[in-house]
Design a protein around this ligand. Structure first.
Ligand SMILES: Cc1cc2nc3c(=O)[nH]c(=O)nc-3n(C[C@H](O)[C@H](O)[C@H](O)COP(=O)(O)OP(=O)(O)OC[C@H]3O[C@@H](n4cnc5c(N)ncnc54)[C@H](O)[C@@H]3O)c2cc1C
Length: 374
C-alpha cells in the first residue's frame, strides 16, 4: 500500500512526488492523461524556483529554456509600457517540463497510474478510499493536485465549484519574429494575451477571454478577429506568425475564487489549493512552492504504519498555516491586478500611470511573486 496517493501529475503533483519518494515514502501518482502532453499555460516561470530546482537535481538548462528579463504591456488603444524585470524568469513548454519531471520521478521510484481518472475520494476512519475505474485504492494520505477545477471538486462539494466563472483560455505555440528575452502582456476587451519564448525555436501565446464575447462572435476564430486583434500588437502576431500546434489547447471556467489548502482531510497542492490570476505569471512557481511546504509538513509529521489522528491534525494545521503565510497576500494581490487589466479604459489608465511612475510596475510584480526559495 502506498503511504501517499497523489491525484494529478502536474507541477504540484510531480514535485510533491519527487520530494516524498526521496524521503523514503511509497508514493503513487494517479494522472488522467499520459505524458508528454500540452496544457493551457503561459509557460513563463519565475526565477524564484531556481534554487529549489537545483536542490532537487532538476537541471533546467538541459531543457534549453529561454531567459526572460523584460516585460511589455500593451493596450487595445495602442498604449505601451516596458520595464526590465528585477527577478525575471524562464520559458519552457509544459509538454517538455512535465515530461522531464515525470521521467525523474519514475526513475526515483514513484509509481504512476496513467490514463486513470480518479472518480471519487472519501475519508473514513483515518484513511482514504480512492475510486478509479475498476478498482478501489486505500492510503493514509492523499494529496489533491488535480489543478484548477475537476470532477472531484464537485464530489467534495467545494464552494468555489458552484460559482460559475466567465473565463476561458486558449494556448498556441507559434514561430514568430519576436524578442527572446521579453514577456508581453497584450490587453483587449475583457481579456489579455501573454506571449513569450519557450524551449526550441517557438513562442507560447496564451490568452484569456470572456465567455460572452465568444458567444457574441460564435467561434474562436471570430473572437480572435473581432476582439483580440483589436490590439495592434496581437493583430501583427496573428497575421504574421506560423501556428505550430494542430489545434489550440482550450479550457473553460477559470476561477480565482478562494479555496482551502486542506479540505475533507485531503492535502491540496498547487491550483487545487488556490489559483492566482494568470496575468501575474506566478501560478507555476506557487504550485512548486506549495509542494515544498506540503512535503516538509508530511515528512515532519507522518510515520509509516503508525500515523494517528492527532498527528494528522498537526500536519493539517502546520500545512494550512505555512500555506496561508506564503500565499494569502499573493492571491489577494492577484485578484486586485486582475481588475486592472483586460478592460479597455482601465488598462489604458494603468499603462499611463506605469509610464509616469515606472517603479510601480516592479512593486506590483513583487506583491504577486515570492522570494527565491530552496
Ligand atoms: C491562461 C493561463 C495562463 C497561465 N500562464 C501562466 C504563466 O505564464 N506562468 C505561470 O507561472 N503560471 C501560469 N498559469 C498558471 C499555471 O498554469 C498553474 O498555476 C499550474 O499549472 C498549476 O499546476 P498544478 O500542478 O496545480 O495543476 P495542473 O498543472 O493543472 O495539473 C493538474 C493535473 O491533474 C490531472 N487531473 C485532474 N483531474 C484528475 C482526476 N480526477 N484524476 C487524475 N488526474 C486528474 C490533470 O490531467 C493535470 O495533469 C496560467 C494559467 C492559465 C489558466
Amino acid at each position: 500500500m502506498a503511504d501517499v496517493l497523489i491525484i494529478g501529475g502536474g507541477l504540484a503533483g510531480l514535485c510533491n512526488a519527487l520530494q516524498l519518494v526521496r524521503a523514503g515514502l511509497q508514493v503513487t501518482v494517479i494522472e488522467k492523461k499520459s505524458y508528454p502532453f500540452h496544457r493551457v499555460c503561459g509557460e513563463y516561470i519565475s526565477n524564484e524556483v531556481l534554487p529549489f530546482f537545483e536542490n532537487l537535481g532538476i537541471d533546467i538548462n538541459s531543457l534549453n529554456p529561454s531567459r526572460i528579463n523584460r516585460l511589455e504591456i500593451t493596450s487595445a488603444g495602442g498604449k505601451r509600457f516596458s520595464t526590465p524585470l528585477d527577478l525575471g524568469g524562464f520559458g519552457v513548454s509544459r509538454y517538455t517540463l512535465d515530461d522531464y519531471l515525470y521521467q525523474k520521478a519514475r526513475l526515483a521510484g514513484v509509481k504512476f497510474m496513467l490514463n486513470t481518472r480518479v472518480q471519487d475520494v472519501q475519508y473514513l476512519e483515518n484513511r482514504f478510499i480512492v475510486t478509479i475505474p475498476g478498482d478501489v485504492l486505500t492510503a493514509p494520505l492523499v494529496i489533491g493536485a488535480y489543478g484548477k477545477r475537476s470532477n472531484l471538486d464537485q464530489k467534495l462539494k467545494r464552494p468555489f465549484f458552484y460559482k460559475r466563472s466567465p473565463y476561458l483560455a486558449v494556448k498556441f505555440h507559434i514561430k514568430a519574429d519576436l524578442p527572446d528575452d521579453l514577456i508581453q502582456l497584450n490587453n483587449y476587451k475583457d481579456g489579455y494575451c501573454g506571449v513569450s519564448k519557450v524551449d526550441g525555436d517557438r513562442w507560447c501565446m496564451c490568452y484569456l477571454a470572456h465567455r460572452d464575447d465568444l458567444r457574441k462572435h460564435g467561434s474562436l476564430a471570430a473572437l480572435e478577429e473581432n476582439v483580440i486583434c483589436k490590439n495592434p500588437q496581437l493583430k501583427h502576431i496573428f497575421n504574421n506568425a506560423e501556428f505550430l500546434l494542430d489545434k489550440p489547447e482550450v479550457i473553460n471556467e477559470i476561477s480565482f475564487e478562494k479555496k482551502a489548502p486542506v479540505d475533507h482531510h485531503l492535502l491540496m497542492s498547487g491550483d487545487t489549493a488556490g489559483m492566482i490570476a494568470p496575468l501575474c505569471g506566478n501560478g507555476m512557481a506557487m504550485a512548486i512552492h506549495s509542494s515544498k511546504l506540503l512535503a516538509e509538513a508530511i515528512i515532519k509529521n507522518y510515520q509509516s504504519g503508525n500515523f494517528t489522528a492527532q498527528q494528522r491534525t498537526k500536519l493539517e494545521q502546520e500545512y494550512t498555516q505555512a500555506w496561508e503565510k506564503e500565499f494569502a497576500n499573493r492571491l489577494w494581490a492577484g485578484r486586485q491586478m486582475q481588475r486592472l487589466f483586460g478592460r479597455d479604459s482601465v488598462t489604458g489608465l494603468t499603462i499611463s500611470m506605469l509610464n509616469h511612475i515606472p517603479p510601480l510596475a516592479n512593486f506590483l510584480i513583487r506583491t504577486s511573486h515570492g522570494e527565491p526559495f530552496v
